[in-house]
Design a protein around this ligand. Structure first.
Ligand code: FAD
Length: 345
């Protein structure tokens, strides 16, 4: 493999039902930083059926070029045709870096594509940089420059691993949604749009979709919420979450929770914050009856303001909190809600 042939930062612009997933904009945002370090450009790869018009939106968020793979076989996400589309794009255009969102689709697609084109993939990254690898020179081992350094939590979040792919191209990573920053939208900016269709021949690996049943959720996606009122095991039971709903209602916020709450069956998984849940970055994050385990902190410590309520003054959550209230949540939360309601009336 001639590594020199591989140029440019590419991102998979995930769309479902012709709506671009916000992870695509986040990847373009991060891709721009990496591309600036490498003196190259960001290309978004848009895959679907009748999706060409979405290219403009990708340009407005910073994509310099958009490659569109448009085919009726790509109408709904299916592993085989999508993997074929991306592998074909990579074989033709030879990108240096290829980023995919660690969404349900991306986690399925990324490894499949990397295996097909015989390169490595670092899953579920939380940080990406350009730098030297190995990080520090090792006698007798060549240190390569301008490598993609892919960082992710390992061993249940107890350590952070930085991984590189120095001998194969592209360097591939899946990236956690909500971690990278999208750029400000620049209305009217255009990108070079190129269409490419490698041809799709249905085979036994093409799953036949009989019916699509959409999950109906009445809750706001916690990743979009500006104010989150999050409850942990200290809430004591599902019925006590009413207290948090009342507080969230007064503040115009949304309720979320720790994994202990999901494991106990008190709340659904899509409300879970943390390493194996969602990464959130609200303006205000209330951690109520949450101890602050490292796996929980991984999903919320970038919040602008963290307010913790816990009866144990040594709880680790207080180490990341901007404001802490030590005491019984059963007393504090209703009193706080009443006070805020009165203030806002
Ligand atoms: P606890 O740790 O039991 O804390 C409850 C807190 O409530 C305590 O601090 C207690 O002092 C306080 N409390 C109790 N009663 C009251 C009261 N009346 N008033 C005030 N305070 C009170 N966790 C996540 O949250 N998200 C993840 O994504 C996640 N991923 C994980 C991945 C792996 C691989 C592993 C191993 C673990 C993961 N965990 C995750 C679990 C994590 O390690 C903790 O077990 C979990 O976060 C604990 O949840 P908690 O803080 O709600 O419960």
């Amino acid at each position: 493999m001639n590594l020199e042939e591989y140029k440019g930062v590419y991102v998979f612009a995930q769309q479902v039902d012709n709506i671009v997933n916000s992870i695509a904009f986040e990847l373009i945002g991060k891709g721009k930083d990496l591309a600036a370090d490498l003196g190259t450009e960001v290309t978004a790869v848009l895959v679907g059926s009748g999706v060409k018009d979405l290219a403009d939106e990708l340009a407005e968020y910073g994509a310099d070029r958009v490659i569109v793979v448009d085919d009726p076989e790509l109408k709904e996400y299916r592993t085989e045709p999508y993997a074929h589309a991306l592998a074909s794009v990579i074989n033709k255009y030879k990108p240096e870096i290829f980023l995919v969102g660690a969404t349900a689709i991306g986690r399925d697609l990324g490894p499949r594509v990397s295996a097909r084109i015989h390169t490595g993939l670092t899953a579920d990254c939380t940080q990406l940089d350009i730098g030297d690898f190995p990080l520090n020179p090792i006698p007798g081992k060549e240190q390569k420059h301008n490598q993609l350094l892919m960082t992710r939590p390992a061993f249940g979040g107890n350590t952070i691993a930085t991984i590189a792919c120095p001998d194969f191209r592209p360097q591939m990573a899946t990236v956690r949604p909500g971690v990278m920053q999208k750029r400000e939208k620049q209305a009217g900016v255009k990108a070079n749009v190129e269409e490419f269709n490698p041809g799709f021949t249905p085979n036994n690996n093409y799953v036949e979709i009989l019916e699509v049943v959409k999950a109906v959720s009445e809750t706001v996606d916690i990743m979009d919420a500006k104010i989150l009122v999050s409850g942990g095991r200290g809430m004591g039971g599902p019925e006590n979450f009413k207290m948090l709903e009342d507080l969230a209602e007064v503040l115009g916020g949304t309720v979320s929770c720790s994994r202990a709450v999901v494991d106990a069956g008190w709340k659904p998984k899509d409300l879970q914050v943390g390493q194996t849940g969602k990464t959130v970055r609200p303006n205000v994050y209330f951690a109520i009856g949450i101890s602050g385990a490292i796996q929980h902190l991984a999903g919320m410590e970038e919040s602008d303001i963290i307010i913790a309520i816990n009866k144990d003054e040594t709880a680790p959550i207080f180490e990341v909190a901007d404001f802490g209230l030590v005491g019984d949540l059963n007393k504090i939360v209703p009193a706080l809600t009443e006070k805020l309601r009165a203030e806002m009336a």
